[in-house]
Ligand binder design. Structure first.
Ligand code: FMN
Length: 364
């Protein structure tokens, strides 16, 4: 399945070392202002070029909006975006052919597709596919902005270092001016140290990202299998290396008594609303009108320079591999941008499903 969403529907394509990766987006109404810069901004945010150790492949993405946009506005037709793969060095992967990297999808792709999968650069399972998500996210973010919805995210844990101070949504936005979007400066310098250590040791680290969606109208999401929480969980787990998710106060809530965990109901501006938002903006899978917020954890990058145990599938003998190619020392910062994108895409889909935006009529 390479398609996600019902009304706002994305189909991604491409492998890491093929000609291009990209996305076809269907469901965007006519009349949405969309410029190349909008897509460029999200692709650049994903690169983290200013931290060279974070991006061994650092060069601006070359992409083309192939269809669906005319004179800076969407036409209501499918928007296809191709992102060209450049500077790929496939030779690093020669010795990995039939020697699956522990922790990577090499193993299961071999079990499922046999010799037919393109293992170079991780093929279809590569983190590079998140560039296509970022591009689609650019479109979704612009569409939900029509409703006043904004999606922001930051890194909350890296290499075991956690953000330790309280913050606001404004702090999250401002954190993007720092080398990494981390609201807590002390945690940030420790995280950067963890990155340096992992690079020196030829290893990798994991961590967590948090996303907030503000301005979300009440009433998005449907019972039973169209819950906003369920759809966002599917969206989050489509991102390679995602391993866990906490919704709202998450695990913290599970440790409380019900009387502490419940958000009291009150009247605000003459309307019933929740006095607090520990639950993270949904009840019964339907949005409350409060911000949605959740955290997703990402495991350490599978490819590392240290020797790892595997097997030679041609000889059926045990062997070790030591990855010599370029790898992301952590997937978290780039995955965060993909997570923001998938959040915006899911909300755009639900806004269309709820009829808040009509796909069959030009935007006013
Ligand atoms: C943005 C991003 C970049 C990634 N970069 C790498 C990488 O450089 N090397 C690698 O082995 N895995 C990388 N991964 C992780 C693999 O794609 C992922 O672990 C693999 O496909 C197995 O999928 P799973 O971890 O979801 O089970 C990256 C993931 C993301 C999201």
């Amino acid at each position: 399945m390479n398609t996600f969403g019902r009304e706002f529907r994305i189909t991604t394509f491409g492998e890491s070392h093929g000609r291009a990766i990209g996305v076809v987006i269907d469901g965007v109404p006519a009349g949405l202002e969309l410029k190349e810069e909008d897509v460029r901004r999200e692709l650049d945010r994903r690169m983290f070029c200013h931290i060279p150790v974070l991006n061994p492949r650092c060069e601006p993405e070359e992409f083309e909006i192939l269809s669906g946009v005319k004179d800076g506005y969407t036409q209501g037709t499918p928007i296809a975006i191709a992102i060209w793969n450049k500077k790929v060095i496939s030779s690093y992967y020669d010795e990995l052919w039939m020697k699956p990297r522990p922790g990577h999808a090499d193993f299961t792709y071999y079990l499922k597709y046999g010799r037919h999968y393109d293992h170079r650069g991780g093929g279809r399972a590569s983190g590079r596919t998140t560039a296509a998500l970022a591009a689609a996210g650019a479109v979704a973010k612009k569409l939900i902005a029509q409703l006043g919805v904004e999606v922001v995210g930051h890194v909350v844990e890296l290499g075991g270092v956690e953000v330790g101070k309280p913050y606001t949504v404004e702090d999250i936005k401002n954190s993007w001016r720092k080398p990494l979007p981390v609201v807590d400066d002390e945690a940030l310098s420790k995280m950067l140290e963890k990155i340096r250590e992992a690079v020196l040791e030829g290893d990798s680290i994991g961590g967590a990202a948090e996303v907030w969606a503000v301005g979300v109208p009440p009433g998005l999401g449907e019972p039973h299998f169209g819950k906003i929480k369920g759809d966002l969980a599917a969206a989050a787990f489509s991102i390679p290396s995602a391993v866990a998710m906490d919704w709202g106060a998450g695990r913290g809530l599970a440790k409380m008594r019900g009387s502490q965990a419940n958000d009291p109901i009150t009247i605000r501006d003459g309307k019933p609303s929740l006095a607090t938002n520990k639950i993270g903006g949904t009840l019964g899978g339907i949005t409350t009108g409060d911000p949605l917020y959740f955290r997703v954890w990402f495991k350490p990058t599978p490819s590392v320079r240290k020797p790892q145990q595997t097997v030679d599938l041609q000889q059926m003998t045990p062997t070790t591999i030591q990855f010599k190619g370029r790898y992301d020392v952590t997937t978290v910062p780039k995955a965060l941008v993909a997570l923001e994108a998938m959040t915006a895409i899911t909300l755009a889909d639900h806004a269309l499903r709820a009829g808040l935006i009509r796909r069959d009529k030009p935007l006013p």
